[in-house]
Design a protein around this ligand. Structure first.
Ligand SMILES: [Zn+2]
Length: 323
């Protein structure tokens, strides 16, 4: 918010806002998707207004900017990108944005995992040393799919990466509104503690399951960060972009592995085409254990915040494996 609009806002809004007993929102934030939006709200609370560009329930793998999104991005004081190739759908705007200094990648400091699409061994990851420069790469092909540069963008599925996003967001809000930095820092500390407590709880739970039984099947490769962190092997019949149908060969290979490894954890996802998993599950006598939430918060209570979404996923996976 610039000085003039803030003055206007204070002059016009003062009486009504204070009558409602709320502090004035000081920073206007745009976030690339609903999970980032939620983390910004946890740290900024009523001193920040935040809008997600991608609405809840929309698939970021095939998102095209609407005119109203361009308005949101232009008007924002800060635009938080999710990073690691996730935000390519924003390039149409960001490549020509007037103030590019306000565009902040919140994945700084996260150890990126490699995109495993097409790999035979989907639980082996390599670090990509190039991730910090990922957002500057140009991708001429299919501008709105997020499987670029060899990195996997779904870092939020590890709650400790969520804590890194939170710290990057806190730093930037502090820079923008130093007077509220104590407030943001306290909120971020509480939030980070909740994420770390959740992580500790599930580290303990998963350590009670033998590693050879920590195998799951789900529809697109959105869980590599979760799997890497809790030492789970994932068999995913769809690729990381959620955009190609699995081949007969893919399905046959997974069926073999399901039998060999006696997989008990089979999931479908909230934003995915799940035909392949449903068919595999039916043919092999596994019942589907439930839905995992991937690239969007839900409108139902069980996945409508980032903390709840992660807890839902961890609990569903752990419960299926410990049956
Ligand atoms: Zn995804």
């Amino acid at each position: 918010m610039n000085t003039i609009s803030r003055l206007l806002c204070m002059t016009l809004g003062l009486s009504s806002v204070f009558a409602a007993g709320e502090a004035l929102a000081q920073v206007n934030v745009a976030a690339s998707f609903s999970i980032t939006e939620d983390i910004v709200r946890e740290i900024g609370k009523d001193r920040v207004t935040v809008t997600s560009v991608i609405p809840r329930g929309s698939n970021p793998h095939s998102y095209d900017l609407r005119p109203q999104d361009l308005m949101t991005l232009e008007k924002a004081d800060i635009v938080f990108l999710t990073g690691l190739g996730f935000d390519d759908f924003l390039k149409r705007w960001s490549d020509t944005a007037k103030n590019r200094n306000k565009i902040i990648d919140i994945s700084q400091g996260i150890k990126p995992l490699r995109n495993t699409e097409g790999d035979d061994d989907s639980h082996e990851h390599e670090e990509s040393p190039e991730h910090e420069h990922e957002e500057h790469h140009h991708h001429e092909h299919e501008g709105h799919h997020h499987h670029h540069g060899g990195t996997d963008p779904h870092a939020w599925q590890n709650p400790l990466n969520g804590a890194i996003y939170a710290e990057n967001i806190r730093k930037e809000l502090c820079k923008k509104e130093p007077d509220s930095c104590g407030f943001f820092t306290e909120n971020a500390a509480n939030y980070t503690k909740a994420l770390k407590d959740l992580d500790t709880r599930y580290q303990e739970r998963f350590s009670g399951i033998p590693e050879q039984s920590r195998v799951m099947i789900t529809t697109h490769d959105a869980f590599n960060y979760l799997a890497d962190h809790y030492r789970i092997q994932i068999l995913a019949p769809r690729g990381i972009t959620d955009s190609h149908e699995p081949s007969a060969g893919d399905i046959a290979r997974i069926e073999e592995l399901m039998k060999e490894k006696k997989v008990r954890a089979v999931f479908i996802e909230n934003l995915s085409n799940n035909t392949a998993v449903e068919e595999l599950s039916r043919k092999n006598g596994n019942s589907i254990n439930g839905i995992l939430y991937t690239d969007s918060l839900t409108t139902e209570p069980e996945g409508n915040t980032y903390l709840k979404l992660i807890e839902h996923n961890l609990n569903a996976i752990w419960s299926a494996m410990s049956e």
